[in-house]
Design a protein around this ligand. Sequence first.
Ligand SMILES: [Zn+2]
Length: 298
Amino acid sequence: MAIPFDRKFDVPAGDDVALTPLLHRVLAPNPGPFTFKGTGVYIVGKKDVAVIDPGPDIPAHIEALKHALAGRHLRHILVTHTHSDHSPAAKALKEWSGAKTYAFGPHGSGKAEEGVKVEEGGDMDFVPDVLVRDGETIAGDGYTFECVFTPGHTSNHMCFALREEKALFTGDHVMGWSTTVVTPPDGDMAAYMASLRKLRARDDAILWPTHGGPVREPGPFLDAYIAHRLEREMQIVTSLADGVDTIPEIVARLYADVDKRLHPAAARSVLAHLIQLTQEGRVGREDRGGATHYHLLG
Ligand SMILES: [Zn+2]
């Protein structure tokens, strides 16, 4: 089942784009192989507003946000997770507005409870003012968010559901233009799959990812998203059965038609699948000849 991706999204960075009467977006100037056209920063509300994922610490971007927020009161800064294209601008916006920041916790906080130390690729400086948990609400004048905890892409990933529009802001958990990267040790495939199924059980009318345009039919899209991961897992199992048993060999086989710049990330996703399969007792591993080899069990 092909995932119905939409890659037509194309808007200029820095513009304040109205999406619904309650919702605006400002695109940051940080396009790339992981960020697509850049970080889409959402502004929710009319006079009082919340910002979701302020974005990267780029001066021109922060100026564009201040311009878009001029004449309004920024009350809440919501952060889905602590990757460097999502949270760093929170500091400047907070200093400028006095608004508090809301998130699950600092980078790696979802894994810290398990004793796993995580440092890779995160915004280690971000510490939320208010720690939020699954099911809690954040209310402003004209908007109400429900926090939907969705670990997997990172261990601290939180989606935010806007009640007034039955809309869900999905951060990098679900993206409309691509699958997402699950990088161990902070990224966790078993948690990621559980978080996808959690969204499938909801009845959100629309998903607004950080990168790219919205997903207007969440149900079928999530079905395809979940099926894609299960298919990937099956391809990995088949590779092991065929004796293709190291991560570089598996990546070369499964991602032959994917942009080479994405192969290191693909290797992390394959590792994430193999960790899950190992935890489930379906795969074993041994180190020999300077490489880690995996094999099917049972
Ligand atoms: Zn991310």
